[in-house]
Design a protein around this ligand. Structure first.
Ligand code: HEC
Ligand code: HEC
Length: 326
């Protein structure tokens, strides 16, 4: 955490200065529903002093945490955009309403609609590498994958197994349907007012001396069209409960929807499942793309109709299973 803070500090101070000029807003998060299971993961800061763990295991979990916070160390090997796991899973992967990652360790193996088979924890982590990191996963059984799974499992310490009524899981509190009314123009304006300061006028994020300080929300440095965040409801929920940084719940649901629509109507690296035609790919994977803007015409252009894979020198990671075209 220290190293991250040191890296952000200059920009955080700059951003906080601007934010402080605005009226303070209370942090507002959704309430847990009746009967939901709530788990509080151990604080990663207790890891170093946890003597119940074999030193070798502790070292491995610490390595997993380090990979989670600074996934950029795998850039060019497994990661081909500006993301860290922490970019979307805030609070070191333990924060409710910010896609806490431990539920995967307590609910898998399970069937997953996205890839139509029973997934392990390694499979689930791999999917975020393939889409959210615009990359290719570390091999199952490799030291890096083992470290990441050990960290996920450790965050789940004490949690109930196979209880899927988990409060604060994922990015879903705004539902899984597009609202009837959203405004691109309003989203564009809100982005300029509340987000561009950190994420840049063109969504490109911000680097300091080559180090990513604020991640890109669209363009080559961002997640690809196959990532869960390109589903408008997921992004809207993430935004409302996590952004602007440090002010969760400060935007209304409508503002979050408009922002999500605007951000997800910009270009980003190609979906690795691309068939050569975005509209046809949308149709083939419509159970996923029904909630994205991919393959739709916005501002006179079909989103995703291009061969750009960002900094990734290939379209598909090896072994990616594709659906046969009809
Ligand atoms: C661009 C944002 C983004 C990044 C970066 C990202 N993820 Fe995710 N992750 C998601 C989304 C979206 C979901 C699905 C949440 C939902 O179901 O509502 C998810 C889900 C998960 C889950 C399943 C959680 C559950 O509730 O079962 C795990 C585990 C996970 N991610 C691990 C990782 C790891 C490890 C990394 C880094 C290698 C990573 N993610 C990077 C967006 C991201
Ligand atoms: C004060 C700076 C700041 C502001 C303002 C801010 N963000 Fe962020 N945002 C961040 C940081 C930092 C992260 C990554 C979190 C981490 O690494 O801990 C992030 C992560 C994200 C992500 C997930 C990762 C990615 O790059 O796609 C999205 C999406 C996002 N922000 C959208 C927004 C939106 C929309 C707004 C405006 C409502 C906004 N942010 C305002 C700093 C900011």
């Amino acid at each position: 955490m220290k190293s991250l803070l040191t890296r952000w500090l200059p920009l955080l101070c700059f951003a906080t200065g601007v934010l402080q000029a605005q009226p303070q807003v209370p942090v507002k998060l959704p309430a847990f529903a009746e009967g939901q299971y709530v788990h509080t993961p151990p604080s990663p800061d207790t890891l170093a002093s946890d003597t119940t763990l074999h030193p070798q295991l502790r070292k491995l979990i610490e390595r997993g945490r380090d990979l989670f916070l600074n996934t950029q160390q795998l850039r060019g090997k497994n990661v081909f955009n500006d993301m860290n796991c922490q970019s979307c899973h805030l609070g070191e992967g333990g924060l409710n309403w910010s896609g806490p990652v431990w539920p995967a360790a307590t609910t898998l193996p399970d069937f997953r609609g996205k890839n139509q088979r029973v997934n392990t924890l390694e499979d689930r982590i791999s999917d975020c590498f393939i889409y959210s990191m615009n990359g290719t996963p570390p091999l199952a059984g490799s030291e890096d994958m083992l470290a990441l799974t050990a960290y996920h499992q450790w965050l789940a310490k004490g949690a109930a197994m196979y209880n899927s009524k988990i409060g604060g899981r994922g990015y879903g509190h705004l539902g899984t349907e597009m609202p009837r009314q959203t405004s691109y123009a309003n989203g564009q304006q809100l982005f300029g007012e509340h987000c561009a300061l950190c994420h840049g006028d063109n969504g490109q994020g911000r680097r300091e001396a080559g180090v990513v300080i604020f991640p890109a929300v669209w363009g080559d440095g961002s997640w690809n069209w196959g990532a869960g965040m390109s589903r408008v409801p997921a992004l809207a929920s993430f935004i409302q409960n996590n952004m602007p940084l440090g002010q969760p719940g400060s935007l209304t649901a409508q503002q979050a929807w408009d922002l999500a629509l605007f951000v997800n109507s910009q270009e980003r690296p190609q979906d690795p499942r691309y068939t050569g035609d975005a509209a046809a790919t949308r149709e083939l994977y419509k159970d996923f793309h029904n909630l994205t803007m991919y393959g739709l015409t916005v501002n006179g252009k079909v989103l995703g109709q291009h061969d750009n894979t960002g900094a990734k020198p290939f379209l598909r990671p090896p072994g990616l299973q594709l659906r046969p075209a009809p």
